[in-house]
Design a protein around this ligand. Structure first.
Ligand code: BGC
Length: 364
């Protein structure tokens, strides 16, 4: 019943939840709450290393929010090096301590099957947070901003930004993707290419270096220095002469700033550069007219929605999902609850961050 419930759409949830409540009351055990767990149960949160500000924020928000909801929590980050083994050990320890739900922002989404299978075998629910966990059936839910949409918004922003500087194409660009061990990197890239590829095929947009395949443009570990190194070498190999670089697809803010630093070092005009995460330094850069765009994926809302999911599971009910087709992890299509990302440029920054006490200060 639980599995069936997880697969229905949002609209059907309310009706079916009521139905479940009835059948649970008629259950021979006579105890509907037996299907949930204690209100002060331990909830584990395993996050990757702090490769961007959103992870730092998420950890603090989970610690406070789970406490406020009455749960015990164990919030851990993977170390900056030895990340995978570190996170595997942390999840295993959460299982041993009897966590009832384990929320995981995967360091490497394809290397956690042993740990999440152990979690499920011990009766815990597993929620993949922000990044999908791959190649295992032992993932109950996925909660994230709509990653494909993030990519589409980035692709469109790149085109819009370039057009605002030079009305007619062709425009010359370079492509960057995130770390290949993060499932999101492919989804962001595919979303962006959904918008850019038709323009490339039509000759309106030209990838100057010719490096157009995902595997040619990834950035190991989402590390700024890796993006900067690749940009430095592109500037030397492709743009040392008179060729103009109009735009760079950057998958997040940390990499966007590294790319801008690299171009600044050459003294050439700055291209349109996209981003993601609404990091403080990037919002400043956007307001200063350097980075062109970012994405607002308010971490507060994602953590809040995750804690709501935990509360629903505690009550023995089926959490709301709104996508049951997009996130095939190789073993199952993971029922997902997706939030909508928002593109931010200088033009709508004040409006986009109006509710954010830190970022609203930067857009005045
Ligand atoms: C997240 C991005 C983040 C990146 C690097 C991705 O999985 O979705 O928001 O920029 O990881 O930390």
């Amino acid at each position: 019943m639980r599995t069936t419930l997880a697969r229905v759409t949002v609209l059907g949830i309310v009706a079916l939840a009521a139905l479940t409540a009835c059948s649970e009351r008629e259950d021979s055990s006579g105890d509907a709450s037996a299907k949930g767990f204690a209100k002060d149960a331990l909830i584990g949160v395993a996050l990757p290393s702090k490769t961007s500000e959103n992870w730092v924020l998420a950890g603090d928000l989970f610690t406070d929010g789970l406490k406020e909801a009455g749960f015990k929590s164990d919030v851990q980050y993977a170390a900056a090096t030895g990340t995978v083994a570190d996170q595997q050990g942390q999840i295993q320890a959460m299982v041993t301590k009897g966590a009832k739900v384990i929320i995981i922002g995967a360091a490497d989404g394809s290397q956690l099957s042993t740990q999440v299978e152990a979690a499920q075998a011990a009766g815990a629910k597993v929620i993949a947070y922000d990044r999908l966990i791959k190649n295992t059936k032992a993932v109950d839910y996925y909660i994230a901003y709509d990653n494909f949409k993030v990519g589409q918004l980035q692709g469109q922003a790149l085109l819009d930004g370039m057009k605002s500087r030079k009305a007619e194409g062709p425009w010359t660009i370079e492509l960057f993707a995130g770390s290949p061990d993060d499932n999101n990197s492919t989804v962001f890239f595919n979303g962006a290419m959904d918008v850019l590829k038709p323009k490339i095929d039509a000759g309106e947009v030209v990838v100057g270096s010719g490096q157009i395949e995902f595997k040619q443009v990834t950035t190991d570990g989402w590390k700024a220095e890796n993006a900067q190194r690749r940009m430095d070498s592109l500037m030397t190999s492709t743009y040392s002469g008179s060729k103009t670089l109009n735009g760079v697809l950057s998958p997040n803010d940390t990499l966007a700033r590294a790319i801008l630093t690299s171009v600044k070092g050459t003294g050439k005009d700055l291209p349109i550069v996209t981003g993601q995460d609404s990091e403080v330094e990037s919002v400043k850069s956007i307001m200063a007219g350097e980075q062109y765009s970012t994405i607002n994926k308010d971490t507060r809302n994602l953590v809040k929605a995750s804690i709501e999911m935990v509360k629903t599971l505690q009550a023995g009910e089926a959490p709301t999902v709104n996508d049951e087709k997009s996130y095939d992890n190789g073993q199952k299509v993971v029922p997902a609850y997706l939030l909508a990302p928002v593109i931010v440029t200088k033009a709508n920054a004040a409006e986009s961050y109006a509710n954010d006490p830190t970022l609203s200060q930067l857009t005045k």
